[in-house]
Every structure is written in C-alpha cells, then in structure tokens.
Design a protein around this ligand. Structure first.
Ligand code: GDP
Ligand code: MN
Length: 461
C-alpha cells in the first residue's frame, strides 16, 4: 500500500528484512505467513495537522508493524470471557501477596493445582521458565517468588529479556490435547483467515515453516462473515470428538465475534485445549488491536502497558514520530517511510549500520524535529546522525532552520551529515552554512552515506 506516496514494492532486500523483523517483533513472533510486504498497510502519520484520533500517543506511531496495540494474556482472557470463550478460572497478581491470595482462593474453591504465569508482552514464556504448574500452595508461592521480578528471556524478547511485573495465577486444567487457533488478516486476499492446527502448544512458526499443511485455514468473506459451516469444518479438521464439535463451533464463533467487535488485528489461542472431561478452554490467549480503530475503544486503549514497550519508542509516540530503534550506530532522521527505508539501505551499503528508523513525516514542525533529536541522542549507541530530507510539503529551508535551532538548543555534539533535495534546497544549504555549526552536507545520497559512515567510524575509533 501507499505511504507518503512511496510504494513498498521498491524496497531492496536490506530494508525489507528490517521491516519484516520489526513487523514480526511487533507481533511478538516470527512471521507465520509470508504476506507480501507490498500488501502491508502502513500506519498513516499526520504531523502538524489535525490528528487522526488513533495517532494521539498510541503505539501505532512507533513503528511499521507497531500499529498494533499489544495487551497481556490476563487482559485478553478477560475480554474473551465476555464473549463466552471458556478460559480457566484465575486472577492477575501484581505482588507476591496477591499471588498467594489468588492461590489460596483457587485451592479453597476446589482447584487440584494452579499454574503461575509470567505476564509479559512476549510468547515462549513456558520454555523460558515463566509458566510453572504447582500442586500445592507452598509450591505456587515458590514459583510466584521466582517468576515475579525475573528477567524472562524467550525467543521473542531478545537476549536482554523482559522484567516480569505481573503474574496470572490460574486453576490448572487436565489437558487432553493442545491445539492451535488463530485469526489474522491476510493482506494478500484482504480477508480474515481463521486458522486451526492440531500442532498446538509448540511454536506455530515452526509448524508453518516445516509443514504448512498442518495448518487448516478458512478465509472469511467480509460480506458474509464466519459461517457455522466453516467453524464445523475446522472442528472436524482438528479431529475433535463428535461430543465436542458443537461446543467448538460456538467457541470459534465467539472468538470471531470478539475479533470483529474489538477491531482486533490478531487473536491467537495457543494452546486451545481439550480436557479429559471433554471441555474446551483457551489456555493461552494473545490479542493485538488495530491502532487505527482504537479511538472507538477507550477501554481497550486503556489496557496499554508502556512498561512493556521500548522507552524510546514510547517517547517517540508521544510526539507522533514514527520511530523504531535498531542496533546500529548511525541515527537517521528522514521524511517519508520509503526514503527512510532507502536511507537504511544506503547506510548499510556504505558499510555502516542504522541505529533506528525515524520518519518525521511530511510536515514536521521544529518542535517535532527537536524531540526527534532528543530521542536519537538518548540512544547511547548513536555515533553520528544522518538527516536525509526530500523537501516537498516540508520545505528544505524550514527544515534547515529547525535543525539549526535544535542542534543549538540541545547542544548536539554528535556529527551531523545531511543530504537535502527539493523545494528551497539552496536556501536550506545557505542556512546550514551560515549557522556556524559543523554540519556536513553530502552532494548525493551515496556521498552523504559515505560521509556519515566515516564520521561514525571516527567517533568510534
Ligand atoms: P507461552 O509459552 O508464552 O505460549 O505460554 P502458554 O500459556 O502457552 O504456556 C506454555 C505451556 O505451559 C502450554 O503449552 C502448556 O503446555 C503449559 N500449561 C499452561 N497452563 C497449563 C495448565 O493449566 N496445566 C498444565 N498441565 N500445563 C499448562
Ligand atoms: Mn502459548
């Protein structure tokens, strides 16, 4: 699709890799289905204009795939329960005392065991030691003590892990089978797909990669909705018992209704379980929401937990800057997503490595440019800044004035290299030259990239 007039079809492999990685990270997973990147709908960014309601501090501005609000498992289960989806009995706990109290209540109400689950915005908690089953209150307390506050590392958190600040304590279920359910938008067809697999519990990405036929899919015609016949087809494909089919159909339809009503972008139940006594439960639940619809879901918007997000990306979202932190040393400030992608590519091509993706948008104000600088500079890895602007809506002289003011106000010490083209470019160059500040201006994009890579190397040495 289109953003800032640039189609993604022109992406080179480098930038495509970044977007894919970040998109995957924003969903908290590797990409299961290879949806052509060109079909992704990019977050629409409006700077300095009347704001899109969903662009007011939502995490959507923080990234390419970041246009999806993530919530915790316990929150997802609360939402699903309202739609009649069966979830195990349990309660969220912020402290060890609360966890002990929830455990006491669950055992008092007849639970034969409890499961203590770390609540972080990432999957793979089980493997990482963030999900522990306990048969006694003492064991549950021990697990809660261990998990609460731990730095939980999973394949989705990165090596630094994520600090566990909340627990979910639930009654255990007598699991018979662990299955998988998911609803996601397939941008290639423009339709929602309801997915189901017998290979639940484990990493569904692996299943999708090794044996795609193990995932059953039903495409949902938006005009017709998710048919009971489709739910039944999936229930049979999962090999459910005849006595479970009707309950499964209701279960799947409730999931679909929850998805539609909440403007979700993804629902994933992994595992979806059957129990020894023939019941069905969502044992785990993940929901993400389309940021562009959050303005009509105040209650869901309030579920945002910024403690789970990258602090710099949270900061950027406050100023409607489209920022994604990366691992390199060259900070980028660019207008337009396509140009930002190209900038990351050319930095890489010149032998450097980008510290971020930052699209300041078409009409960035001086204030936004200053905030952008602040954010770039608070990344300790940054050794040089590359400002690559094509002056269209944002005239080059205005940008240059903003950059000079920001560099002065913030007393920027990091070398700044610019590449400027477009409206009023000569005036812009003049403003930079006359500022007395030490800017380097590249004649071409490649030239500027070489300059900034050299500048960063010099700082690093
Ligand atoms: P994830 O690893 O982050 O996806 O967390 P899950 O909620 O999916 O839990 C991981 C695994 O823990 C599940 O696949 C189950 O095998 C196991 N598990 C979770 N809850 C229970 C439970 O109540 N009883 C038992 N026996 N196992 C559970
Ligand atoms: Mn899971």
């Amino acid at each position: 699709m289109v953003m800032g007039g640039t189609t993604l079809r022109t992406l080179t492999p480098h930038s495509e890799k970044y977007v894919r990685q970040r998109f995957a990270a924003s969903l908290g997973r590797k990409i299961v289905f290879e949806i052509p990147l060109s079909r992704f709908r990019w977050p629409r960014i409006q700077l300095g204009t009347a704001p899109n309601p969903s662009n007011n501090g939502g995490p959507g501005n923080s990234g390419l795939g970041g246009s999806n609000l993530k919530i915790h498992e316990y929150q997802a289960k609360e939402i699903l329960a309202k739609y009649g989806v069966a979830v195990p009995k349990g309660e969220m706990a912020n402290t060890l005392e609360e966890a002990i109290e929830v455990t006491r209540l669950l055992f008092a109400e007849g639970a034969s065991g409890v499961v203590v689950k770390a609540q972080i915005h990432a999957g793979g908690r089980g493997k990482g030691g963030g999900v522990k089953v306990a048969k006694t209150r003492e064991d549950a307390e021990l697990h809660a003590k261990n998990i609460l506050g731990m730095q939980l590392v999973t394949h989705q958190t990165g090596p630094a892990g994520q600090k566990v600040q909340r627990l979910l304590v639930e009654e255990t279920a007598a699991i018979d089978r662990e299955l998988y359910l998911g609803i996601v938008l397939d941008r290639a067809t423009g339709e929602l797909v309801f997915m189901a697999s017998q290979a639940g519990g484990m990493e569904i990405e692996e299943v999708a990669a090794k044996d795609p036929t193990a995932i059953f899919k039903e495409s949902i015609d938006p005009a017709v909705g998710f048919g009971a016949w489709q739910a039944r087809k999936l229930a049979f494909a999962l090999g459910l018992k005849p006595t479970q089919i009707n309950a499964a159909v209701t279960f799947f339809q409730s999931l679909y209704k929850a998805f539609m009503d909440t403007d979700a972008s993804l629902i994933e139940i992994n595992p979806f379980i059957t129990t020894k006594d023939d019941k069905l439960f969502a044992l785990d639940a993940k929901i993400t929401f389309d940021d562009n619809a959050l303005f009509r879901h105040a209650a869901i918007k309030a579920l945002r937990d910024t403690a789970e997000e990258d602090p710099l990306e949270v900061e950027a979202s406050k100023y409607a800057l489209n920022y994604i932190k990366l691992d390199g040393s060259i900070a980028c400030m660019v207008n337009g997503a396509g140009l930002a992608m190209a900038t990351m590519d050319i930095i890489q091509y010149a032998g450097g490595s980008p510290a971020n993706f930052l699209d300041v948008g078409g009409g960035a104000t001086q204030e936004q440019i200053e905030h952008a600088f602040e954010i770039l500079l608070s990344d300790a890895n940054v050794k040089a800044i590359f400002i690559n602007i094509f002056g269209g809506i944002l005239r080059v002289d205005r940008l240059a004035t903003g950059v000079v003011a920001a560099a002065r106000n913030l007393n920027v010490k990091v070398p700044i290299v610019l590449r400027l083209e477009g409206t009023n470019v000569e005036e812009g160059r003049k403003i930079l030259k006359e500022s007395g500040l030490d800017f380097q201006v590249g004649a071409t994009m490649k030239d500027a990239a070489d300059l900034v890579v050299a500048a960063a190397a010099k700082v690093g040495a």
